[in-house]
Design a protein around this ligand. Structure first.
Ligand SMILES: Nc1ncnc2c1ncn2[C@@H]1O[C@H](COP(=O)(O)OP(=O)(O)OP(=O)(O)O)[C@@H](O)[C@H]1O
Length: 664
């Protein structure tokens, strides 16, 4: 049996249901080393026959046997493998990929062989040198003459060293000089052991072949002058290059090169998509920033690791005193007496789980601070505990024994709006009245040194001494020195609420003892609201991503339509449907990734500008883009691009390679 055998091959085209027979029983036997010219009239069916031999057309009747194996007309994958390993295809219109260089065009076919990258490069370079293009490897097809482009196509056809070279009108677009050169090359290729089948309508060109077959009325008739019978063919042993499927990175690289080639168009798509992604990212960043800002503000007022505990009371007067102590804005009267903590009660608090310390404190209301003979009203004079953040100190330090820290806006700046810092180190007189156990008002008065100026983040005035000083003042006036409140320090912010609940549940002899409030509950609620608002805003911005997805879909569909020919060429050199799908999916994914990258750049850039501007108002960076937001945006971009690519990539993969090849 001959290397290539066609038996009773018939092919009809259908217009509607009416058949138009083109091939009417083709019989052909050909051996390696032969150079067969198929000569025939235009429209005679030469290309149709070549498509069948090349494994591009599987709708025919009869049998095609290559090297003893019959082509399965139905299995797509088998035909892909056949084209990859057995056929080198050369056409009249060169069919080079315009976005790949000369070298890359040849490498594309070599990527489907098992050679190492270095060997593939070596082979591509040597093939191009062989066809006289050693100097042109970096050029793009558009920068070459027709003859040169056809020589690139020949080098590409030879890349995988396939046994059969099919050339469909290879000289159709060439001048006489190039025609001779190309036919000589084909002669040499046949002598090297390939079977060359060349279609032409020129009897003169056909003379270069060792055998001429006329395609007449759908059948082959051997030329009596050049039947091949008398031609002795010396077949040199052919180098075997095992074929493999195209690796995924090759599709990725081709996709990248195409994007680079059409960068201006792609930049617009990337820009459009990036704007949507950027909006989502900015809202996420703003959400983080605002949440951080609120936490920061609240933590400035109260330390979430501290819980202020008062005595539990149902007595209306005591409750009023407590609220006065908690909110100095309500102060105005002399405190009669406040419910106090016994040492045992403080111990009960110390013994609670997650409690790392208990600081007792005494607070007085409606005090007066006299500086240089001028009295200033201090609605509250309290004990400095760890719940008062050190960060609120604007100048100086926390009060030690016989020292006081004064409120910046209600006292220090009233003393001097500009030189208020100089108050540190000054001696001041502090006085307030308190009822003794007998219900008589007692004046408490003492000279103290200003240790620091404090900027209370709440609107309340914060004037404080340490516990020792407070007790000393009370003792000297003959008043009770028992604490009126306690600051309980919690091991971590997370346990704050549990400790607050535990404190409120303490009963001694069935009576509730303490009353504590948790700031962390409020904080968590605020955080939830801000989180919700952020998610809603980001989702609204996310609608623009739908537009981005549509943009990618439209672009990909347009790209498929514009690149029909390229798809046909890729299929003709052996790429499978999966390779084509991968190519378009890779392009869409790259669009998505570039967009996400650009969106991140925008978000950082614009976020930086916004922070700079907002810092003056809020004193806090309000746009905070976390790495999780970046990961979300990249994930979103990939998912959108991938979804957007599904339909166009499927369309590209399903294109009929013959129709795709004949596209303009
Ligand atoms: N998809 C198709 N549907 C219907 N008819 C077709 C189709 N493709 C080709 N034909 C017809 O089949 C015939 C053979 O076409 P083919 O392209 O094989 O001829 P050819 O010999 O290669 O012509 P040329 O030398 O002009 O390229 C022509 O009459 C053509 O119109």
């Amino acid at each position: 049996m001959a290397y290539l055998e066609l038996r009773a091959v018939r092919k009809d085209y259908y217009i509607g249901k009416q058949p138009f027979p083109v091939l009417k029983g083709i019989d052909l036997s050909a051996e390696l080393g032969e150079f067969i010219a198929v000569l025939g009239e235009s429209g005679g069916g030469k290309t149709t026959l070549m498509n069948i031999i090349s494994g591009l057309d599987r709708q025919f009747s009869g049998t095609v046997t290559v090297n003893g194996q019959q082509l399965d007309q139905l299995k797509d994958k088998q035909l892909d493998r056949y084209r990859r390993a057995t056929i080198g295809y050369i056409s009249q219109s060169y069919n080079l990929l315009r976005h790949l260089t000369v070298l890359e065009n040849v490498m594309l076919a070599l990527d489907m062989t098992t050679l190492s990258r270095a060997d593939r490069l070596k082979r591509a370079t040597s093939l191009l040198a062989r066809v006289g293009l050693a100097e042109q490897v970096k050029k793009y097809p558009a920068q070459l003459s027709g003859g040169q482009q056809q020589r690139v196509a020949i080098a590409r056809a030879l890349a995988g060293n396939p046994p059969i070279i099919v050339a469909d009108e290879p000289t159709g677009a060439l001048d006489a000089k190039n025609t001779v050169a190309v036919m000589r090359m084909l002669q040499t290729i046949a002598k090297e052991g390939h079977l060359v089948i060349c279609v032409t309508h020129s009897a003169q060109v056909a003379q270069a072949a060792s055998r001429i077959e006329h395609l007449v009325n759908g059948q082959l008739v051997a030329s009596p002058h050049r039947s091949g019978a008398s031609v002795t063919v010396e077949v040199a042993p052919r180098l075997q290059l095992p074929a493999r499927s195209l690796p995924w990175y090759a599709s990725l690289m081709t996709a990248f090169r195409h994007m680079r080639f059409t960068w201006s168009w792609n930049t617009l798509i990337v820009l459009g998509t990036a704007i949507g992604l950027f909006a989502v990212m900015l809202f996420m960043g703003l959400g983080n920033g605002i949440r951080g800002y609120i936490n920061h503000q609240i933590n400035n007022v109260v330390d979430p690791q501290s819980v202020t505990v008062m005595r539990y009371t149902t007595n209306g007067k005591d409750q009023q005193e407590q609220s006065v102590a908690l909110d100095p804005a309500l102060a105005g009267t002399i405190a009669p007496h406040m419910p106090t903590f016994s040492p045992q009660q403080l111990q009960v608090l110390r013994d609670l789980d997650h409690v790392v310390g208990v600081e007792p404190g005494i607070s007085a209301t409606n005090a007066t601070v006299t500086i240089d003979g001028t009295p200033y009203s201090a609605p509250e004079l309290t004990t400095w505990t760890s719940s008062d953040p050190e960060s609120s100190l604007m100048s100086g330090h926390a009060a030690k024994n016989d020292q006081i820290v004064l409120d910046k806006s209600t006292i220090a700046q009233k003393w001097s709006p500009t030189r208020w810092r100089q108050l540190v180190g000054h001696s001041v007189t502090v006085s307030f009245q308190m009822m003794n156990a007998a219900g008589r008002p007692i004046l408490v008065k003492r000279q103290l040194k200003v240790a620091g100026i404090v900027n209370s983040a709440s609107d309340a005035s914060l004037n404080a001494v340490n516990y020792h000083t407070m007790r000393a003042m009370m003792r000297r006036a003959g008043l009770s020195t028992q604490p009126t409140f306690a600051t309980v320090r919690v091991a971590s912010r997370q346990q704050n609420e549990a400790v607050v609940t535990a404190i409120n549940q303490i009963r001694i002899k069935g009576q509730p003892q303490f009353s504590a409030n948790s700031i962390s509950t409020t904080l968590d609620r605020v955080n939830t609201y801000v989180g919700l608002a952020t998610a809603v805003l980001a989702a609204i911005a996310g609608i623009s991503l739908l537009v981005s997805a549509l943009m990618i879909i439209v672009t990909m569909f347009m790209s498929v339509s514009a690149r029909m020919k390229e798809i046909g060429v890729l299929r003709s050199i052996g790429e499978s449907r999966r390779d084509i799908r991968r190519l378009f999916t890779s392009e869409a994914l790259m669009l998505g990734l570039f967009s996400a990258g650009l969106a991140t750049g925008f978000a950082y850039g614009i976020g930086f500008g916004l922070n700079h501007w907002l810092y003056r108002i809020a004193g806090y960076p309000l746009v905070q883009i976390h790495s999780t937001s970046i990961a979300v945006i990249f994930g979103l971009a990939v998912v959108i691009a991938w979804l957007a690519a599904i339909l166009p990539a499927r369309r590209a993969a399903r294109l009929n390679p013959i129709k795709a090849l004949s596209a303009r």
